[in-house]
Design a protein around this ligand. Structure first.
Ligand SMILES: NC(=O)c1ccc[n+]([C@@H]2O[C@H](COP(=O)([O-])OP(=O)(O)OC[C@H]3O[C@@H](n4cnc5c(N)ncnc54)[C@H](OP(=O)(O)O)[C@@H]3O)[C@@H](O)[C@H]2O)c1
Length: 317
């Protein structure tokens, strides 16, 4: 049996096409999820072209849907549970996922919103945790209009930090004050006082400028590099009182952090903004909108909207 999936194809627009792959065969510690929604991340656009995901392999990391087969080792959620997951190869009708990468979606939270949480939400949560953001700390978030940025603004504000959100234009900054940003800046212009933490998604010259603003003892978390520009540090820029530039990547099972984020979203303490939503066969349109900086928040793909069958409950064993 096969399932439909968004697979890497360098000859296709955005290097991705809808194709067929074999039905997943779960390992003992994996459930099978029938995916109803997927979310597109900036990293997926890079993965499709960089060779990190091989030609013909399934793209994607964020999936939400219903468990149709429980894990053989007895871990994880039961058949019929609504779940969200951070797993590679997420953009398929059915995916086998480690139980440690999954969280149950609480009642009251739509799968279309839950699916926006994995990569962007976990990156925001863990990078802030690594840097230490709380009352009395000033946190600068670059690329604050994007997926990671909008979650980081909210989580830092919730932790009690003074939050400075940096965006590419006034229009891109709309709504960030309501999410908890104390200041919304275009670029880093006019910012002179030191900051304790930088969550940087942009890289390039903005990373260099943010480094100069960092207070002694402070930390820059290098989460992404959407500018695509090199960062050129002037001589002696890194000589002085200790402060750190730390590389960041999501490692290890995201399940427990996803459960925290889904809980916050379900109780209305974390707003999930969807700036683009549509059927997954409109992948190219979604990719162009994301790369073109026209998505405020997250882009959500609906899997097989027209042709969806009722979840097929698979036999155990
Ligand atoms: N390390 C990890 O584990 C991890 C996890 C998640 C994401 N990431 C990375 O983090 C970055 C952000 O991801 P995301 O999903 O939040 O992306 P996103 O939703 O597309 O947001 C990125 C933001 O970056 C800004 N931007 C885009 N192109 C730019 C350019 N040429 N120059 C300056 N700013 C630009 C945009 O803000 P404006 O339009 O306001 O300028 C945009 O809102 C990506 O590089 C992604 O690969 C890494």
């Amino acid at each position: 049996m096969s399932v439909r999936a968004l697979v890497v194809d360098p000859s296709a627009p955005a290097a991705v096409r809808l194709g067929e792959v074999p039905d997943p065969v779960p390992a003992p510690g994996q459930v099978v999820v029938e995916v109803s929604h997927a979310s597109l991340n900036y990293g997926d656009l890079n993965d499709a072209r960089s060779g990190r995901v091989p030609v013909g392999a399934v793209l994607g990391s964020d999936a939400a849907g219903v468990v149709v087969r429980a894990a053989a080792d007895g871990t994880g959620p039961a058949v019929g549970t609504r779940v969200v997951a951070l797993a590679s190869g997420a953009f398929a009708e059915r995916v086998a996922i480690d139980t440690g990468a999954i969280a149950e979606v609480p009642e009251g939270l739509d799968l279309a919103k839950a699916v926006a949480l994995p990569v962007a939400g976990v990156a925001a949560l863990r990078s802030l945790r690594a840097a230490g953001s709380g009352p009395g700390r000033t946190v600068l978030i670059t690329g604050a209009s994007g997926g990671v940025g909008r979650f980081a603004v909210q989580l830092a504000a919730r932790a009690g930090a003074h939050v400075i959100a940096s965006v590419g234009s006034t229009a891109r900054g709309e709504g960030l004050a309501e999410l908890g940003a104390d200041e919304v800046l275009v670029g880093l212009e006019g910012l002179e006082r030191p900051v304790d933490v930088v969550i940087d998604s942009v890289g390039g010259s903005q990373l260099v400028a943010a480094w100069h603003l960092l207070a002694p003892g402070g930390s820059v978390q290098s989460v992404g590099w959407t500018s695509g520009e090199p960062a050129v540090f002037p001589p002696y820029a890194t000589v002085g009182p200790a402060k750190s530039l730390t590389s960041f990547v999501i490692e290890g099972g995201a399940g427990p952090d996803l459960a925290v984020l889904a809980g916050l979203a379900a109780e209305g303490a974390l707003t999930v903004e969807i700036g683009w939503q549509g059927a997954w066969d409109r992948f190219t349109e979604a990719a162009e909108a994301l790369r073109g900086r026209r998505v405020s928040g997250k882009a959500v793909l609906e899997v097989s909207r027209e042709e969806r069958r009722a979840p097929a409950l698979l036999p155990q064993g």
